[in-house]
Design a protein around this ligand. Structure first.
Ligand code: NOJ
Ligand code: CA
Length: 549
């Protein structure tokens, strides 16, 4: 079976781009307070350019009380002092462009922080006021309104509604927050909200960013009447179940917003992009976010969520290429981000672990680190050969695992608090990066301060320990990106090959890729271009190779 990715044209750089996600808090800390910042990023951008990626995407660095690590924005047009200043953002964009890297900003339109001036004004204004109409305020149920307006639960656990106290001291209305209490949902049927965000997009496009990663792009629109809904237990916390329709995720009317945003980014030329974070299943449905007049890309969470198993992998690759191809979009490929267990751990878990739950010391089926790393390298090498655009999450190029043993009192994810420790949440994938082997905080911060503790055994995983070392994960990524570009894999045609049990194999632009996901070694022939583990004619389990045909 053959699936084709449309050929690339000059301005459509994103069709085959490799985009590196920077999580600012944990990338590099320039001022020693233990939290990564924009000057820290700017200083280290050269290392990222050297990897061979085309762009960086930065998780939010806007003014924020940091209740959800910056996904709770209090001012969309400024930088939080924790991360620097607007000038630091300008310098970062300038430096990136000098290095040939595009910059994707993260925008969070589903909700604001409760510290946003709009929400503060809403709290001070009476029910029915225009200030409240920017958010989703409703009266409670029951005779005294003491029950929430419906049964929706927050993604982070607990109810999705919080009751306010009115100016006269009485118990008042409830407001909706699909995430933390400190993240009130905006009402996207309100024209004022639409206009405000058009303007925010223009602000950052003017400053020079090349596009946006759009947070909760399946949210925003809610079904009229806000009917009760109970999600499937097995669904990841961001949604992503096969139920259609969910009254707060994947509503048809959300697409109107993306059509509007597309026209805004196009004011700045054809090469600025929108990428959807839309946790919807199946992938055919997700492709709707990337129709020609909507977004350019969507994170392929079906691929990220696929089992390490040949039939599953082949199916998701096929379906992705076809689904995105059918709307003229490239498929994306992604294995890790700041919301999921790092794939160097996830691929070796032996117990169910829905997205967002995270893993910690007491989790069942904890991974064997060596197996996890081996599989992660094999999976990454397979991913980087696929046609379309690939996303890399900071640290995966070092083979970083999830930090499982974060002490309870160091945890920060609201999920941990809102579920009273029942779910560990996402801290384990957000630990500050190791840059050096023998420096305080492995070079993350000169003072040795880190907002989350780093594991003791990360010294050998630091960038310095891996740079120039044959066979290191870092050098494997660099080589893969070099060959990917040289062979034009990102815009080539993928043709499946018949393969032995346990094996996935395809041809792409003069190369043959073979991944052994089974339990026994298999013989391979051809000139070795790259291998995720040592290989001399026999492909061991959990290994991927690229061969020249
Ligand atoms: C998705 C983001 O990636 C996640 O980190 C955040 O908690 C939620 N959206 C809410 O903004
Ligand atoms: Ca700092």
């Amino acid at each position: 079976m053959t699936a084709v990715t449309p050929a690339r044209i000059a301005t459509e750089w994103w069709r085959d781009a490799v985009i590196y996600q920077i999580y600012p808090r944990s990338f590099a800390d320039a001022n020693g307070d233990g939290i990564g910042d924009l000057p820290g990023i700017t200083a280290r951008l050269g290392d990222i350019a050297e990897l061979g990626v085309d762009a960086v995407w930065l998780s939010p660095f806007y003014t924020s009380p940091q209740k959800d690590a910056g996904y709770d924005v209090a001012d969309y047009r400024d930088v939080d002092p924790l991360f620097g200043t607007l000038d630091d953002a300008r310098l970062l964009v300038e430096r990136a462009h000098e290095l040939g890297l595009r910059v994707i900003a993260d925008i969070v339109p589903n909700h604001t922080s409760d510290q946003h001036v709009w929400f503060q004004a809403a709290l001070q204004s009476p029910p029915g006021s225009p200030e409240r109409a920017r958010y989703v305020f409703r009266e409670g149920r029951g005779t005294d309104g003491s029950e929430p307006p419906n049964n929706w639960t927050s993604v982070f656990g607990g109810p999705a509604w919080t009751r306010v106290t009115e100016a006269d001291g009485s118990d008042g209305e409830w407001y909706l927050h699909l995430f933390d209490t400190s993240q009130p949902d905006l009402d996207w049927t309100n024209e004022e909200v639409l206009e405000e965000f058009d303007d925010v997009l223009r602000f950052w496009l003017d400053l020079g960013v090349d596009g946006f990663r759009v947070d909760v792009a399946h949210g925003l629109a809610k079904e009229e009447g806000l009917p009760d809904f109970t999600p499937d237990d097995t669904a990841g916390s961001m949604g992503g179940d096969d139920h259609a329709p969910t009254p707060y995720f994947g509503q048809e009317s959300v697409h109107e917003i993306w059509r509007r945003w597309r026209t805004v980014v196009e004011e700045f030329g054809p090469d600025r992009i929108l990428t959807a974070e839309a946790w919807v299943n199946p992938v055919e449905r997700m492709a709707l976010w990337t129709r020609p007049d909507e977004m350019h890309q969507a994170f392929n969470f079906a691929f990220l969520s696929a089992e390490w198993e040949p039939a599953a992998l082949r199916e998701v690759i096929d379906r992705s290429l076809l689904a995105f191809g059918s709307v003229g979009a490239p498929s994306t490929w992604v294995l890790s981000n700041h919301d999921v267990v790092r794939h160097a751990s996830r691929l070796a878990l032996t117990a169910e672990n829905p997205q967002g739950h995270g893993i910690g010391p007491e989790s069942p089926g904890l991974p064997i680190p060596e197996l996890g790393l081996r599989r992660a390298r094999a999976a990454s090498l397979l991913m980087l050969a696929l046609p379309g655009s690939a996303y890399i999450y900071q640290g995966e190029e070092l083979g970083l695992p999830e930090h499982v043993f974060i002490p309870d009192d160091a945890r920060q994810d609201p999920t941990w608090f809102r579920t009273e420790g029942e779910r560990y949440g996402r801290d384990g994938c957000r630990v500050p990066l190791p840059w050096e082997t023998d420096a305080p905080a492995y070079g993350f911060s000169a003072t040795g301060a880190t907002w989350l503790p780093q594991p003791d055994e990360w010294a050998h995983l630091s960038r310095a320990a891996q740079r120039g070392v044959e066979g290191s994960t870092l050098e494997m990524y660099r080589a893969a990106l070099r060959e990917r570009a040289a062979h034009g894999l990102g815009h080539a045609e993928l043709i499946w090959r018949d393969a032995a049990d346990g094996v996935v194999s395809f041809d792409v632009a003069g190369l043959t890729v073979v991944a052994n996901l089974g339990e026994t070694p298999v013989a391979i022939e051809g000139e070795l271009v790259l291998a995720s583990a040592p290989c001399d004619g026999l492909l061991e389990p959990d290994t991927t190779v690229w061969l020249r045909r």
